[in-house]
Design a protein. Structure first.
Length: 215
């Protein structure tokens, strides 16, 4: 039986092998998409054999999923490393801008995450989407959300993903005014302005006061 000290180099070697396979797979996916992911070419780049690839990742689909999840983890770190505004609506506006910024800075990762040959929901993608959903739920908790959380999160994601995809694909310039226009349109459609909410509350208070006087 191996001791802990003897097992550590083997674990380190295994981790290095996995890393080499993932890096080679990401490079091939970035240059040729899933159709360009040749296991033979991957093995040549990573310095491993095909059985080693399948030992670590099972099959090609699992390998692609793992690469995509690593991209989502990098995406989430881009959010975690910066402080969002304390106001939940401003935090959602901030998230829109950070999302677009990430896509522009990392177009290869963005294409791997959101423009695959076939749509797939990976664990990392679901975790990232839940982060958006929780931001929207924070607004709902203040009573300012116009629709339910699920519909609002889906609409917001559709808008920011559409904008980012156009930017990444080069159909619109980085400083296009439509980016801010779409962001503000979504905020206006989904969220009750703070002033309107106060006016509504004041109106309710006034009506209640009139009812008490009549009574």
């Amino acid at each position: 039986m191996e001791t802990g000290a003897a097992a550590r180099p083997r674990e380190s070697e295994s981790a290095a092998t996995r890393r080499a396979i993932l890096d080679a797979a990401e490079a091939l996916l970035a240059s040729g998409g899933e159709d360009g992911l040749s296991i033979r070419e991957l093995c040549a780049r990573a310095g491993v054999t095909a059985p080693t690839v399948y030992h670590h990742f099972g099959d090609k689909a699992e390998l692609v999923e793992r690469v995509v999840d690593e991209c989502f983890a990098d995406f989430d770190r881009a959010f975690a490393g910066r402080d969002a505004p304390s106001d939940p609506v401003e935090a959602l506006r901030w998230a829109f801008d950070r999302y677009v910024d990430y896509g522009q800075r990392h177009p290869t990762h963005y294409r791997l995450m959101f423009q695959p040959r076939r749509a797939r929901r990976t664990p990392g993608g679901l975790v990232s989407y839940d982060g958006l959903r929780r931001r929207v739920a924070t607004i709902a908790a203040t009573g300012r959300l116009v629709v339910n959380v699920e519909d609002a999160a889906a609409a917001f994601w559709a808008a920011v993903h559409g904008v980012t995809s156009l930017l990444v694909s080069g159909f619109v310039p980085r400083d296009a005014p439509m980016v801010a226009l779409i962001r503000e349109s979504m905020i206006a459609q989904l969220i009750i302005p703070q002033a309107s909410r106060r006016d509504g509350a004041n109106g309710n208070d006034a009506n209640a006061s009139k009812r008490r006087k009549r009574a």
